[in-house]
Design a protein around this ligand. Sequence first.
Ligand SMILES: NC(=O)c1ccc[n+]([C@@H]2O[C@H](COP(=O)([O-])OP(=O)(O)OC[C@H]3O[C@@H](n4cnc5c(N)ncnc54)[C@H](OP(=O)(O)O)[C@@H]3O)[C@@H](O)[C@H]2O)c1
Length: 286
Amino acid sequence: MSSIKIGWIGLGKMGNPMSQHLINAGYPVAVFNRSKEKEDALKAKGAERVSSPSNLIQQSDVIIIMVSDDKAIYDIFSGAEGLLRAGVTGKIIINMSTVSSAISKEMALLCNQQGNHYLDAPVSGSVKQAEGAQLVVMVGGEKPVYEQVKEVLDHLGKLTLYVGETGAGNATKLAVNSLIGFYAQGLSEAVIFANQNQIRTEDLLTVINNSALANVFTKFKGDAILNDNFEPAFYLKHIVKDLGLARDQGLTTPLADTAYHSFLEAEKTMAEDDMISIFRHLSQSK
Ligand SMILES: NC(=O)c1ccc[n+]([C@@H]2O[C@H](COP(=O)([O-])OP(=O)(O)OC[C@H]3O[C@@H](n4cnc5c(N)ncnc54)[C@H](OP(=O)(O)O)[C@@H]3O)[C@@H](O)[C@H]2O)c1
């Protein structure tokens, strides 16, 4: 049983299974989610519910955040009952959401001014990897602070890697997710091209998945295309957000530009579907 008191904010598709690993590892965990019903599963596993981020930080040593975007981070830090309203010191706040390096730098500064610490620690992997504690965690911020909480992060994934100063975790994650966007678009275009040439999707995917190109992504997203299954594991709206953040941070190369506009167009009708819905979008618009 660890004595580090964890406060967890954000119990969506990722935060829910991730926070459960810390309960299973024996940490005392308190939770806050904006929509209260998402706290039920954690309460049933022994977590305490807390009414606001401000109350949560008062009773926790380490606060972990897993929410949608920069706007959610603003609300959680600077809202009326936000983390920065609590007037506490010595806390470590770990932001695992996929957000911009800019907001991490801004929030880290505000935390430091109050005598608290901030790490950006976004993850690679989706819901399946979150459930199996197989995520890859990339961390930016003060290295000695990272070393204090590495044992906590190690319960969430198969690899935790320190990559540099504040915002470096976010920049690494945006590079990775841009590549995911390129993969999804590329896989979709290859399937569409093969179909136009009377090649069955199943046969193309069998070749890809037995070739040097085979990876977990082509396997799972290939199966999704084959089975017409666009149930969201990773929302299409979230890859649009990530390509947009990377663009804002300087990624304006040809592939990035194409993928950004392509996903942006798909978002008009498929925002809440899985990101591999880009296949349906490209099929419809060809
Ligand atoms: N899903 C994936 O495959 C995946 C993989 C790697 C990284 N990520 C990243 O992980 C993060 C979470 O993704 P997810 O799939 O778990 O998303 P999700 O299921 O949509 O959950 C989003 C969470 O953010 C909260 N939230 C949103 N706006 C808020 C606000 N203004 N104030 C307070 N809370 C707010 C939501 O609260 P409510 O319940 O009240 O809406 C919910 O807890 C995102 O940054 C995403 O890009 C996702």
